[in-house]
Design a protein around this ligand. Structure first.
Ligand code: UN1
Length: 526
């Protein structure tokens, strides 16, 4: 039934997805019937574990839609999960890398077979549109396969070294650290969980995984899939819950390192903690973004308007890669804004289970409050060009929906232009000098993604040389700052968007961040 359906990536926006939508029309209700409203358990040492408080979760699409209940792991359960992962580590890490890859490739195969169900889980749980959700599921599969291929290309990160003497032989290798805590965010509950867990596991570490409290369903389905692939008991453990559980995990004795994707404040707290024990431990971090794009006087304005719109409002602006401000050359500002506002005004917001809706709800009430505060500031100190309001009436009253919003006239150092909002909220700034605009776009704590629109190669070169961010794009209609794909765009956060190592995910320098180096030198006789 699902063979030969078109593949969704975030950037193949022109493809014919009708067969996919036909399938989703049938599969979404079937998924709801089968999976919603259950009581889920944590998973420790291969067994269900219910130690802790049960909490119900509802969908942001409709608060009457019960996703299920999950267990906020008690501190003792978190400790047992770390112990279980530590007990599984000798076995998992002593497998040859080829044997580990066999299991991980089986996991990728299972993920691939279940990608539509897993995508639908994200859709209902987080409120992403159909194409964002299925794109994410495809990304997760590609991620796991790509990291397996990288391990193979690098021959398990083992290589012979030089000889100081003819009789001396040295080899260099990367080895796993031990137990990794993996703490994942709500916005890409599948792709980012798979990203961090597969990095850790392929490298030979074992894992205690904490999904976002808003995304326990996707997390639980994912863990079931990994268990079925034949990972040894305890190699992956699931503990649900919020910040308290995350803190218990970071503080657990026996933890070798943390992979975290989420807010800057939490990521920095984790980094400080991991630097303060008996010795420093690795923190592989992907944090926020305040991603600028630049539209120069030499831009194709239709392409620019499409790309800026998609990056600002795709997944309701809740991507760390979202484009949240755009600097426009004053010469073309009026014309660009006219196109951008006209295009964005056509966005349909509503139930993301339905094919016509490009935007679904934002994740929770706190997001709506943040939205209303930013809109009030823009109303008072600048100008609202589109949106600016919470949506009400019908389904909107049952969930958390806001209008795609474009504002202008706020000072460059206004909080709206400096802080990550994680909302469908775009601020427009004019500029006369591209260098000044890029410098201002750089003048933030973050450095994740940035984009430019210009038909002038010299301007593109200038941007690539000057922008302080790990992921740079030029002239993309499918997204000014979003849409990185495994094996194609690497995803390294500079400055406050990433950890101190300067390397990111989706590329050739990810898996080895989960490993430590060792050299073996043997002096032979004779
Ligand atoms: C995120 O931005 O939160 O590049 C994760 C993108 C996607 C998502 C990355 N690969 O937009």
């Amino acid at each position: 039934m699902t063979a030969n359906l078109p593949r969704v990536t975030y950037s193949n926006i022109g493809a014919d997805f009708r067969p996919l939508h036909d399938m989703l029309d049938r599969s979404i209700p079937a998924f709801e019937q089968r999976w919603l409203g259950r009581d889920w358990s944590n998973r420790i040492a291969g067994r269900s574990d219910d130690e802790g408080r049960r909490y119900p979760v509802v969908s942001p699409i409709d608060h009457g839609l019960a996703l299920g209940s999950f267990v906020e792991a008690a501190p003792d359960a978190v400790g047992r999960a770390v112990e279980a992962a530590a007990a599984a580590w000798p076995r998992w890490s002593s497998l040859s890398w080829q044997e580990r890859l066999k299991i991980m490739r089986r996991a990728a195969e299972l993920l691939d077979r279940r990608k539509y169900d897993l995508g639908i889980a994200c859709l209902i749980e987080v409120g992403k549109s159909r194409l964002e959700a299925i794109g994410e599921a495809e990304e997760a599969v590609d991620l796991m396969r790509y990291y397996c291929d990288e391990m193979e290309r690098n021959e398990g990160f083992r290589r012979p070294m030089g000889r100081a003497f003819p009789q001396e032989e040295t080899r260099d290798m990367l080895k796993p650290f031990g137990v990794f805590g993996v703490i994942a965010p709500f916005n890409f509950p599948l792709a980012l969980s798979v990203n961090m867990m597969s990095g850790a596991l392929i490298a030979g570490n074992t894992v205690v995984y904490k999904p976002s409290p808003a995304a326990g369903l996707t997390g639980s389905l994912l863990i079931d899939t990994l268990a079925e692939a034949g990972l040894p008991e305890g190699a992956v453990n699931l503990v649900c819950g919020g910040g308290e559980v995350g803190r218990a995990l970071v503080d657990a004795p026996g933890l070798a390192g943390i992979a975290f994707t989420g807010s800057y404040a939490t990521g920095m707290e984790i980094l400080r903690k991991l630097a303060s024990g008996r010795h420093a431990r690795p923190a592989i971090l992907e944090m926020g973004g305040k991603n600028p794009s630049y539209v120069t006087a030499k831009a194709d304005l239709a392409t620019a308007a499409a790309g800026v719109m998609r990056s600002a409002f795709g997944l309701q602006g809740q991507k760390c890669s979202a484009g949240s401000k755009v600097y426009v050359a004053n010469d073309v500002r009026a014309e660009f804004l006219e196109q951008l506002v006209a295009l964005s005004a056509q966005i349909k917001v509503g139930d993301p289970r339905r094919v016509e809706n490009y935007m679904g709800p934002v994740i929770d009430r706190r997001a709506v409050e943040r939205f209303e505060a930013a809109a009030a500031a823009a109303r008072a100190e600048g100008e609202i060009l589109l949106g600016g309001t919470r949506l009400t009436g019908g389904l909107f009253d049952k969930g958390t929906y806001v209008a795609p919003t474009i504002v202008t006239g706020l000072a460059p150092d206004h909080a709206v232009n400096r802080d990550e909002l994680f909302l469908p909220f775009l601020s427009v700034l004019g500029y006369d000098d591209l260098g000044d605009a890029i410098d201002d776009g750089n003048d933030i704590a973050y450095g994740l993604t940035a984009g430019i629109y210009s038909e002038d190669e010299r301007e593109l070169d200038f941007f690539f040389g000057r922008a302080e961010a790990g992921v740079l794009y030029a002239n993309r209609a499918s997204g000014a700052t979003t849409g990185a794909w495994p094996g194609i765009q690497t995803f390294a956060g500079w400055k406050g968007s990433g950890g101190p190592g300067g390397k990111g995910g989706l590329g050739p320098y990810y898996v080895q961040q989960f490993m430590r180096e060792q050299s073996h030198t043997i002096m032979r006789k004779g």
